[in-house]
Write a protein of this length. Structure first.
Length: 323
């Protein structure tokens, strides 16, 4: 099912092919996996605690684990686990003294990085997909005195709308090449938010590229538009001071344009007319912003908000038909 693995630690032997992992070990781990997933869905912290290692209990006591259960259960209930990685590794005792993490190739364009604390260890990962969100669970085990124990449970966002970090990165690059900087920024920002589905134990091979490209696009936008900047809309001179993304349920991520209006927030009729004029000209200001999306949002303010003071605003939502 998976190809043979590689490691940066020459004293570590790694197997990630289901056919090559010893059958008894694979069966034992799969039973543990099923027990843990069932316990998380049923909010049974004691069941997980019974197979946890001393390392796990040191890092996460049972009270902390129990307090996280309701949120985890809500995320996973009704979702079927799909196995993604299963990696079995063995090493000699001398490798256990190393303080460096061992790097293990995953089934996709990512590596697992973890300290080796046992002569035998096992990594299982699963995907749980809903229509809009995908979660990745990574379970790390170690063998002590001929018994397997759970060392870590990591659960994080792996995808949105069926697209993972690399998919959003590639979309961001495509938008860059088209000169659509705002769309590029949003896609790259989402990509960046999906880089850690396994709490530091998983690193995408393109992680640095994603971070650097996001920084480059962000800098390019700020240099081009020099926020806040003034834009004439009809007889008004509004100030556009911020653009960010907003997630809309099962639809996706869409731009929000915040600006300082010349009309009082209470004058909704004047605000509406001003916003319609702004919307009619927005594609010329931000190329691509009306293309291939369902929504575009605006926030109209009388003063540019600060972090210290809550500032009233009037919101506008434009449903687009460009999909």
């Amino acid at each position: 099912m998976l190809s043979c693995n590689v490691s940066n630690n020459q004293s570590v032997q790694v197997i990630s092919s289901a056919k090559e992992i010893p059958e008894k070990i694979q069966e034992r781990i799969q039973r543990y996996d099923q027990k843990i997933i069932r316990s998380l869905k049923e909010e049974n912290a004691l069941s997980i605690d019974s197979i946890s290692s001393a390392f796990f209990k040191k890092e996460t006591d049972i009270k902390s684990l129990a307090s996280m259960m309701p949120q985890i259960s809500t995320l996973l209930k009704g979702l079927t686990p799909i196995q993604k990685d299963h990696i079995y590794l063995t090493t000699n005792p001398s490798a256990l003294t190393s303080s460096k993490n061992t790097v293990l190739k995953g089934s996709d364009d990512y590596n697992f990085e973890l300290p080796i604390n046992s002569e035998q260890m096992y990594i299982s990962s699963y995907l749980f997909n809903s229509k809009s969100d995908g979660y990745m669970m990574t379970l790390i085990y170690s063998l002590h005195k001929n018994q397997w124990f759970l060392d870590r449970i990591n659960l994080g966002s792996y995808s949105f709308y069926g697209k993972n970090a690399l998919d959003f990165y590639n979309k961001g690059i495509e938008h860059m090449e088209q000169g659509h900087l705002i769309d590029a920024f949003i896609a790259l920002e989402v990509s960046s938010n999906l880089l850690q589905p396994s709490s530091g134990n998983l690193n995408y091979l393109k992680s640095d590229d994603i971070t650097q490209t996001l920084q480059f696009v962000s800098k390019s936008i700020n240099e081009k538009y020099n926020f806040p900047f003034t834009l004439q809309v009809g007889t008004s001179n509004i100030e556009i001071f911020r653009i960010y993304s907003q997630r809309v349920g099962k639809d996706g991520f869409f731009p929000v344009i915040d600006y300082k209006s010349t009309f009082d927030i209470s004058d909704t009729t004047a605000l509406q007319l001003e916003n319609e004029l702004l919307h009619d000209s927005i594609e010329k200001v931000f190329p691509g912003i009306l293309k291939n999306k369902s929504w575009l949002f605006y926030g109209s303010y009388n003063t540019i908000p600060s972090s210290e003071v809550q500032t009233p605003k009037h919101s506008f939502a434009h449903q687009l038909d460009s999909l």
